[in-house]
Design a protein around this ligand. Structure first.
Ligand code: TMP
Ligand code: ASP
Length: 239
């Protein structure tokens, strides 16, 4: 598949056109940002590790019946994906209190939730991705009721699958963010699932193994991503 013009550059990935207008190429960068780009840095080989981790998880989810944008892996930093229209709603699923939920509710990080919480955020960095609810999604035509309900249903199923998959590898899936896209009328899982977009804690030590190490200057960022890759994919990042 030939890489065409760059069509979009995000904070962690670049999207390129291909010679087939139904597909595009997603390229994983090493750039890391936090707090809507206010904090910038590089995590060495992050692009390779995130591509490997995300591809492994998307393949697992597809096998379990979740439709995704993934078509094929092209290289250590590139995947061929279906060209979706991204729904501008970030869907967050939480199993354990952490991050913004801890601040919002005044509860300590680490408290288990009685059931998974699903939250929606309007995907707009200039507004700092504000939290919204289903009514905002419908009133501002960000998605139809059917589409957002399908995304929620998929998010909860993804949580069931991934929570067990990570636990089998000694990792607690604390929370994570998903993005969905429309392709020929169907809602597909898009974007990526990796330590940039999840909170992952070692199940025994509760040590953080995700982007919070970068956000909070905890050190050993590369080591944490590499360890997630080892446990999730059984490799150090080679394809
Ligand atoms: P939060 O606790 O900061 O709201 O984050 C919830 C989850 O969403 C966490 O796993 C990190 C992920 N996330 C992103 O992937 N991108 C973002 O821009 C933010 C703020 C969080
Ligand atoms: N991805 C967001 C940013 O770059 C925030 C985050 O992951 O904390 O700024």
């Amino acid at each position: 598949m030939k890489r065409g013009n760059q069509v979009y550059e995000g904070k962690a990935k670049i999207i390129y056109a291909t010679d087939d207008d139904r597909h595009c190429i997603m390229y994983f960068k090493d750039d890391a940002t936090a707090f809507d780009g206010a904090k910038k840095g590089t995590i060495v080989e992050k692009g390779i590790l995130n591509n490997r981790i995300s591809t492994t998880l998307f393949t697992l989810l597809a096998e379990k019946g979740i439709p995704t944008h993934l078509v094929e892996v092209l290289s250590d930093r590139e995947v061929l994906v279906k060209k979706v229209d991204i729904i501008p709603v970030e869907v967050v699923v939480r199993n354990i209190v952490a991050g913004s939920l801890s601040k919002r509710m005044g509860r300590p990080e680490g408290e288990s939730l009685a059931f998974p919480i699903v939250e929606y955020y309007y995907k707009d960095d200039s507004l700092h991705d504000p939290m919204i609810n289903r009514d905002h999604v419908l009133a501002f035509s960000l998605a139809t009721g059917e589409q957002i309900d399908r995304a929620r249903e998929m998010a909860l199923k993804i949580n069931d699958i991934l929570r067990q998959y990570f636990l089998d590898r000694g990792i607690l899936l604390v929370d994570f963010k998903l993005e969905f896209g429309l392709f020929g009328g169907e809602v597909l899982l898009a974007d990526e699932i990796c330590p940039d977009t999840c909170r992952l804690w070692d199940a025994e030590s509760l040590e953080k193994m995700d982007k919070d190490r970068f956000r909070r200057d905890l050190g050993k960022v590369e080591e944490a991503y590499l360890e997630v890759c080892r446990r999730v994919c059984g490799t150090d990042g080679e394809l």
